[in-house]
Design a protein around this ligand. Structure first.
Ligand SMILES: Cc1ncc(COP(=O)(O)O)c(C=O)c1O
Length: 394
C-alpha cells in the first residue's frame, strides 16, 4: 500500500510452466533436462529453413501439416521402428495434448464414456473432463493394462447398450507407473478393439526413450483394422516449447481432423516450427539428440533406483522403469502420500501424490518421482531426504 492508500500489486507473469523452488529436490516435475534442450541444433535448423524456404515456412500451412515434415517423419519412423506409415495416415499436431483435445472435440459427444487406464497421465484426464466425458477406469498391473478387465467392462457396457467413445492409455513407459504393456497383451487388446469396434487412443510420447531394450511394436501397428490412434510428440525427444507432435490414424480420421474449422481458418498447426523440425531431422540431429537423452536419463534412472534402495525403508516398493521419465513408488500400506507431501516438502523433497493419476480415487500410497530433470547429486540428495522422513514417520 503506497502513501496515497493505493494498493500496488506486483504481477507475476511466469515464462515457463515449471516452478523450481530453492532448497527442494523437485521429483514432481515431468520435464526434459533444461541443459539438454538442443538450442544450437534448433538455431541451425531455423537458419536452414529461413535461407532455403522462408516464404513457404512463413505462410499459412497445409491442414495435415507441411509435406516436408510428414515425409521426414515417415522416413524417420521407418528408420527407428522398421515400419513406414502411409502418408495419408499421418497428421502433424500441436503436441499429444492438443491431439487428444482434437480427438475429444471431433470424435466424442459430452456424456460419452471414455475408458481410461488406471493409473494414467493425470493431465490427459483433465483434457477429457474438459469435454465432459464420463471417465471409466480400467485397472493395470505389472504387465500394463489388464485386458481381461477391459473385456469385462466392454461386455457389461454392451449389455447396457453403451458404446464407449474410446480407450485412452499410455502403453509404453507409462506416466506415472513406467510400465510397458506386454506384446501378448498388445495383441489381445488389438483383437478386442476390433471385436468391439473400440477406438484405442495410444499415447506413446515415451516410446523412443528406452534404456535397456526397445519396447514391443505399438498397438497401432498391431491393429490393422484401423481402430487405434497413436499419438507421438517432439516434447520429450526434442523440446516441449516447440509444441509439436504427430498423430497416426486411419485416413478417415485424419481427414475428419483436417476438415476442422480451426484448421480451415488458421492452416496447419505449428507450421513454421514443423519446417524447423523437418530440417532438424534432415540434418541428422534428432537421432543424435535421442542418443544423448537415452544415455543421460539411463544414468539418472540407475542412480535413482540405487538411491531408493540405499535410503528407503523396506516397506517401500518400486519397479525399475525400462524407459520414460518416472519411478512409481509405493509407500508403506496405509500411508497417504497426499497428506504426507507437506512433511516431505518441509524436509526438502517433493513428488506428485499417486491419487492424481486415478480417475476414480485410489493410488493413495503411491508417489510419482521424475528423474530426468535432476542432476545425479540432486537425485541422491532427494532420495536421502525422502528416506529420512519416511523412517521418521514409520
Ligand atoms: C503420457 C503423456 N502424454 C502427453 C504429454 C504431453 O505431451 P505434449 O507436450 O506433446 O502435449 C505428457 C507430458 O508429460 C505425457 O506424459
Amino acid at each position: 500500500v503506497n502513501s496515497e492508500g493505493k494498493v500496488k500489486m506486483k504481477l507475476s507473469l511466469p515464462d515457463v510452466q515449471y516452478d523450481l523452488r530453492p532448497g527442494i529436490v523437485e521429483f514432481r516435475a515431468g520435464h526434459p533436462d533444461l541443459a539438454l534442450l538442443p538450442a544450437t541444433g534448433v538455431l541451425q535448423a531455423t537458419q536452414v529453413v529461413l535461407e532455403r524456404e522462408a516464404s513457404q515456412a512463413l505462410s499459412y500451412g497445409a491442414e495435415q501439416g507441411p509435406g516436408c515434415l510428414i515425409k521426414q517423419l515417415c522416413a524417420w519412423l521407418e528408420h527407428v521402428e522398421g515400419e513406414r506409415p502411409p502418408l495419408t495416415q499421418v497428421m502433424i499436431t500441436g503436441g499429444a495434448s492438443q491431439a487428444l483435445d482434437m480427438i475429444c472435440m471431433l470424435l466424442t459427444e459430452p456424456g460419452d464414456i471414455a475408458l481410461v487406464q488406471s493409473p494414467t497421465y493425470h493431465l490427459a484426464l483433465r483434457v477429457m473432463r474438459d469435454h465432459h466425458l464420463e471417465l471409466l477406469p480400467v485397472p493395470s498391473d505389472d504387465e500394463g493394462l489388464r485386458v481381461d478387465a477391459l473385456e469385462e467392462t466392454l461386455t457389461l457396457l454392451q449389455r447396457r447398450g453403451r458404446q464407449p467413445c474410446m480407450l485412452y492409455l499410455v502403453s509404453t513407459f507409462n506416466n506415472p507407473s513406467g510400465i510397458t504393456l506386454t506384446l501378448e497383451r498388445r495383441n489381445a487388446l488389438a483383437e478386442l478393439a476390433q471385436h468391439y469396434n473400440l477406438i484405442v487412443v495410444e499415447d506413446d510420447v515415451y516410446y523412443k526413450l528406452w534404456y535397456d531394450t526397445p519396447p514391443p511394436p505399438s498397438i497401432y501397428s498391431l491393429t490393422p483394422s484401423g481402430s487405434a490412434i497413436r499419438l507421438g510428440s517432439f516434447s520429450k525427444i526434442l523440446a516441449p516449447g516447440l509444441r509439436l507432435g504427430w498423430m497416426l490414424a486411419t485416413p478417415k480420421i485424419v481427414q475428419r481432423c483436417m476438415k476442422s474449422g480451426v484448421l480451415d481458418s488458421g492452416g496447419g498447426l505449428g507450421h513454421f516450427t514443423a519446417h524447423v523440425v523437418a530440417a532438424f531431422i534432415e540434418l541428422g540431429l534428432l537421432d543424435q539428440q535421442i542418443k544423448t537423452l537415452r544415455a543421460t536419463y539411463r544414468e539418472r534412472r540407475n542412480v535413482l533406483v540405487g538411491a531408493l534402495k540405499d535410503h528407503l525403508p523396506k516397506e517401500c516398493h518400486w519397479l525399475t522403469p525400462q524407459g520414460g521419465f518416472f519411478v512409481w513408488l509405493r509407500l508403506a500400506q496405509g500411508m497417504d502420500s497426499t497428506a504426507f507431501l507437506q512433511t516431505a516438502e518441509d524436509a526438502g523433497v517433493s513428488y506428485i501424490p499417486g491419487a492424481r493419476f486415478f480417475a476414480d480415487g485410489g493410488g493413495d500410497n503411491y508417489c510419482r518421482l521424475n528423474f530426468t530433470m535432476l542432476s545425479l547429486d540432486e537425485i541422491e540428495q532427494g532420495a536421502h531426504r525422502l528416506g529420512k522422513v519416511l523412517y521418521n514417520y514409520l
